[in-house]
Write a protein that binds this ligand. Sequence first.
Ligand code: G3I
Length: 464
Amino acid sequence: MKDRRDGAARIRPRTVVMSVVAGATMLAATALTAPAANAAASTLGAAAAQSGRYFGAATSSFMFSNTQHTTILNREFNSIVAENEMKWDATEPQQNVFNFTGADRLVAHARANGMSVRGHALVWHSQQPGWAQNMSGTALRNAMINHVTRVATHFRGQIHSWDVVNEAFADGGSGGRRDSNLQRTGNDWIEVAFRTAKAADPNAKLCYNDYNTDGINAKSTGIYNMVRDFKSRGVPIDCVGFQSHLGTTLASDYQANLQRFADLGVDVQITELDVAQGANQASIYERVTRACLAVARCNGITVWGVRDNDSWRRGENPLLFDANGNKKPAYTSVLNALNSVSGPNPTTPPPNPTTPPPNPTTPPPSGGGACSASVSLNSWSGGFVATVRVTAGNAAIRGWTVRITLPGGTTVTGTWNAQASGSSGTVNFSNVSYNGQLSAGGSTEFGFQGTGTGPSGTPTCTAT
Ligand code: G3I
């Protein structure tokens, strides 16, 4: 069990604001004398959607055969996350051998039922497959890059928000990083993971996710400083996940903490909410919900399971439905809080995750233009990741080839979003089926990783 931070003070409940919807046929006099309350939504997902948010739950594909679990899941939630099936040990049990069976079933279930999907988690010190646990240095760094690339590419366009890196900060008062095999590859491993994920799935929101960050404390401040640094240097981070595995009290600055991250220019999400059963359970659920609703950049809330008996904290009955599938008082408090706010609020609503990836059979635009390419490098001793941006000139192009000369002794070990002609010397990287067509001035990114030293010269780009 995690060491959960418990703050003592309570947030005074905000005044409940009932919004008024006047239908087209409603008489003005009637509306003035007898305001009709907004019809309250009857499920968590629908209630959250009124303000442009999602309300999700963690689940597992093997639970879909449990009728009670799945009936509640499909009825109440409009986002799901894999409790375990997208983790490194599940998706890459042997190095470079990928298994997406459970995760694909989960995504298919979401699509079939109109739900979006959070991705959890690309890189984490825990639940690594045995082969990765035994790795270190450049080999582990390259394995991590390959893992992020392959998994994020597999689910490209299907995930609204990815936990790119999970739980990398230490507990206690240091505000620093947790020691792990990943951390020992170099302090830049987190930004390498984010840049790699960005190249593989450019439209997903990329999140950093952690626990014991439920208020302003040393750990959340360490993460805050990292996010501020990433934003200032252009590292592609879009959101921060607050797991919120809570005890019997809630820190009084829970909302203020969300807001200070939002003020850095990232979205915030409550990602693994569960609250120990006790006198305050319903009230804490309500206050967390209201905190998210009060922060414009809070996109949504995910609870870490459906029924109490599905929970990793089973003995604490921490969820919204009891073991018989009945709604608990905490459920009602969350639903009422969600229904107390209406109208779109989040400044950057999540992309529609059920939109399929671009159709490669769409006829290409007219070609004939030129292109240019620029390389940004993340290097460490013995290896690098190159992210290459290809930009069309003032006419549309149908395809492109970028020619890059590598220093002697450098070898390309993996490429994403492009086809490489070789692995050393001068290498031609050509578009793949889905990213060759660029409108005038449009751009796309591909990337490659390698051992040795990254390229330093200017690449040439030829349009086709
Ligand atoms: O599937 C195997 C099964 O075949 C085997 O017989 C059994 C024996 O122990 O283990 C099963 O796997 C377990 C798995 O859950 C699926 O039930 C693992 O042992 C167990 O360690 C794993 O626990 C998960 C835990 O992460 C692992 O660290 C929990 O379900 C999951 O709720 C929990 O989720 C984490 C988030 O990812 C990150 N934040 C904290 C949160 C709670 O710890």
